[in-house]
Design a protein around this ligand. Structure first.
Ligand SMILES: CC(C)(COP(=O)(O)OP(=O)(O)OC[C@H]1O[C@@H](n2cnc3c(N)ncnc32)[C@H](O)[C@@H]1OP(=O)(O)O)[C@@H](O)C(=O)NCCC(=O)NCCS
Length: 331
């Protein structure tokens, strides 16, 4: 038994041999990824079963390696595949000089090995000037602990719940939005970036101006792919939420994209009306909409530093599936 407080060691195990990832490693990496996903689904059974199949996992690893400027590390122990880390940059300047390890971008037989794998992969990333590192990791304490001991911290969470929602009695009424709500919908669009631009989130996301938001609502309001709801309290609109298919989301891909899932893609409540139950009423309404539209689960995501959404969505039954961890090298 290790003494309490001791870090995991590899005593008795031979050392992992780590080298750069090559295309020849895709199938072996896929076997490791499929095993990771199988273990992940024991705590998150609503995630897609398909990636438990190594041939499906191989497509996800191949897609990750096919990204422009993708690179990474592959490890072997005693001649057997032991782990890999694979990252690629995103074009958007929002994330700094970045590399992302996405949901299909890492797996290992021993979580401690992740640190050796990252050490090899990250040298190249930093040599290339990519010093802002992001990784979407399963919400598995052992794997996350290895990321933490590489200097990473939590930035963002993905959550999932079933659609067997019980609607809580509320003093807030929710109804589908109508065109006359557009001025309030546009105002509410600005509330999320306003909130997240401030402490303790400090998100770098830009805030559209009101006219841009109004124009976008005017042109997109009738899009049948999006279900838009507003919350009313004492006769006034105080909040809004949007439901759609998860496949509409660019940040839920590969293993993080459950088949046939709905998506709580946006919600905001006016600052003065927060805490009244509007967020709950809106979130539950989107879950009911998802169920009635035939989706079998609902996914959402939140900044873990957003003190409001990081409390509201878990309170509505969303369980963490993936955690995005983040590190900036250089200070
Ligand atoms: C997140 C947001 C939509 C939630 O709406 P809300 O009307 O404030 O939330 P509710 O009053 O319905 O509370 C929902 C749950 O959140 C939790 N919660 C809300 N405010 C909280 C607070 N200040 N402290 C702790 N928990 C809180 C409660 O557990 C509550 O659950 P309960 O119904 O069991 O009591 C709203 O706060 C908001 O607009 N925030 C800014 C924009 C944003 O973050 N949008 C979400 C983007 S992912």
């Amino acid at each position: 038994m290790p003494r309490p407080g001791r870090l995991p060691t590899l005593t008795g195990m031979s050392r992992i041999q780590v080298r750069s990832f090559t295309a020849d490693d895709i199938d072996a990496a896929a076997g490791l990824l499929a095993a990771r996903h199988r273990a992940h689904r024991r705590t998150a059974p609503l995630l897609s079963p398909s990636f438990e199949d190594p041939s499906v996992a191989a497509q996800a690893v191949a897609a990750a390696f096919a990204q422009p400027d993708a690179s990474g590390a592959f490890g072997v122990r005693d001649g057997q595949p032991a782990g890999f880390v694979l990252g690629a940059p995103k074009g958007s300047e929002l994330w700094g000089p970045n590399v992302w390890v996405e949901s299909a971008g890492h797996a290992c037989t021993d979580p401690e090995d992740l640190r050796d794998l990252y050490a090899v992969a990250a040298q190249r990333w930093v040599d290339e000037g990519r010093t802002a590192h992001y990784a979407l990791a399963p919400a598995d304490p052992a794997l996350l602990n290895s990321w933490y001991r590489l200097g990473f911290g939590q930035q963002h969470a993905h959550g999932i719940r079933d659609t067997a929602v019980e609607v809580t009695p509320s003093k807030v009424a929710v109804r589908p939005a109508v065109r006359a709500d557009i001025p309030l919908l546009a105002q509410l669009d600005l509330e999320l970036p306003h909130h997240q631009g401030r402490s303790p989130v400090f998100s770098a996301g830009s805030t559209p101006d009101l006219q841009e938001a109004l124009d976008e609502w005017e042109s997109d309001f009738d899009d049948p792919e999006y279900a838009v709801f507003v919350a009313e309290h004492e006769g006034a609109v105080i909040g809004s939420a949007i439901g759609c298919a998860l496949s509409k989301s660019g940040s839920h891909t590969a293993l993080a994209r459950t088949e046939n899932a709905g998506f709580l893609g946006f919600a905001a409540v006016l600052p003065a009306a927060r805490g009244l139950g509007a967020g709950r009423a809106l979130g539950e309404t989107v879950c009911v909409w998802a169920r009635d539209a035939g989706f079998t689960s609902v996914v959402t995501d939140w900044r873990v530093t957003n003190l409001l959404s990081s409390r509201a969505w878990p309170a509505l039954g969303f369980e963490e599936t993936f955690i995005r961890v983040h590190r900036v090298v250089g200070y």
